[in-house]
Design a protein around this ligand. Structure first.
Ligand SMILES: C[S@@+](CC[C@H](N)C(=O)[O-])C[C@H]1O[C@@H](n2cnc3c(N)ncnc32)[C@H](O)[C@@H]1O
Length: 261
C-alpha cells in the first residue's frame, strides 16, 4: 500500500453510532473551555471534532490526523453556514510529533493513541502541550485479548507482519493512572468500560475491524494478499467464536482524563 492511506472514512463511519458512545462518555467528563484552544489528535473524519469544538465552546480547535482521506472528509464538513468554520481547522501530521504553537486548554484523543507505541513517553509529551489548568482526555481500545484481535495478531505473525494498532500499545488502567500521576497531573480519572453491541452475525465483526484494526495489516500488503488475509481472518474468527446470529461484540475500552495543576 505504501503511500496510500489504508483508512477508509466510509468503512469507518459504517458504525458511527457505536463508535460515538465512548466519545460521548469521554467528552462528558471534560470541562468546557469557553474561548480556549483544543487539539483533537487522530481526529479521523472530523464529525466528532466538530462536536468537540461546539461542546467545549472553544475559540480554536485543531484536528490532526495522518490520513489524507480522513482529512478530506473532515474538511468537507466546513464551509459557509457552518458556525465552527474559521475556528476549526484540520492539519496533516503524526500525533506523536505534533507540536502546538502555544499551550492548549484541552488535548483530546479518541480511539487514536493506540496506533503509537510507548505511551509513557507519549503521555509525557502530550501533557507538555497543556496550559496551566489544561485537560488531557483520551480513549483507547483495550480489546487485545478479544478473539477479534487475537486472531488478527496470530494471523499477522504467521505471515511475518507487524502488529499495528491492535491495542498492544495500550497500558493497563492502573498503569495509566500511575503514569498520569507521575507526570504531576491532577484530577486523574481512568475507567475500563465494556461497550457491547449486537452485530447481525459473527461475520460482521470483520466489517467493524476492517474500519480500524485491519487497516494496520492492509498497509503492509498488496490488494491480493490483503484479500486473502481478510478471508482467512474471517474463517478463523468464525471457527473461534462460532457462527452466532446475532453476535454480541463486547468491546473493552479505557477512558482516561487528567488535568495540569
Ligand atoms: C479509529 S480512528 C478515530 C477517529 C476519531 N478520533 C473518532 O473518534 O472518530 C483513528 C484515527 O487515527 C489516525 N491515526 C493513526 N495513527 C496516527 C498517527 N500516528 N498520527 C495521527 N493520526 C493517526 C487514523 O488516520 C484515524 O483517522
Amino acid at each position: 500500500m505504501g503511500a496510500t492511506s489504508p483508512w477508509d472514512p466510509e468503512q469507518y463511519l459504517r458504525f458511527a453510532e457505536e463508535r460515538k458512545r465512548p466519545f460521548d462518555d469521554l467528552l462528558a467528563g471534560v470541562t468546557p473551555v469557553p474561548g480556549g484552544r483544543v487539539v483533537d489528535l487522530g481526529c479521523g473524519p472530523g464529525n466528532l471534532t466538530l462536536e468537540l469544538h461546539d461542546t467545549l465552546r472553544a475559540s480554536e480547535t485543531i484536528g490532526v490526523d495522518s490520513s489524507e482521506p480522513m482529512l478530506d472528509r473532515a474538511r468537507a464538513l466546513l464551509g459557509p453556514g457552518v458556525p465552527a468554520s474559521g475556528h476549526l481547522r484540520f492539519e496533516r501530521g503524526r500525533l506523536e510529533a505534533y507540536e502546538p504553537d502555544a499551550p492548549v486548554d484541552v488535548v483530546f484523543a479518541n480511539a487514536s493513541l493506540h496506533w503509537v507505541p510507548d505511551h509513557a513517553t507519549l503521555l509525557a509529551r502530550l501533557a507538555g502541550h497543556l496550559a496551566p489548568g489544561g485537560q488531557l482526555a483520551f480513549q483507547v481500545p483495550a480489546a487485545h485479548d478479544h478473539p477479534s484481535h487475537v486472531v488478527a495478531t496470530e494471523l499477522g505473525w504467521s505471515r511475518g507482519l507487524e502488529v499495528r494498532g491492535g491495542a498492544q500499545n495500550v497500558l493497563a488502567p492502573d498503569v495509566y493512572a500511575t503514569v498520569l500521576h507521575d507526570l504531576g497531573l491532577t484530577d486523574i480519572d481512568v475507567v475500563l468500560r465494556v461497550y457491547g453491541f449486537e452485530l447481525p452475525t459473527t461475520d460482521d465483526v470483520v466489517e467493524w475491524t476492517k474500519g480500524t484494526l485491519l487497516t494496520g495489516y492492509r498497509a503492509q500488503l498488496d490488494d491480493a494478499a490483503y484479500a486473502e488475509f481478510e478471508d482467512e481472518y474471517r474463517r478463523r474468527l468464525v471457527a473461534e467464536v462460532g457462527d452466532r446470529r446475532p453476535y454480541y461484540y463486547a468491546f473493552k475500552r479505557i477512558l482516561a482524563r487528567a488535568r495540569r495543576a
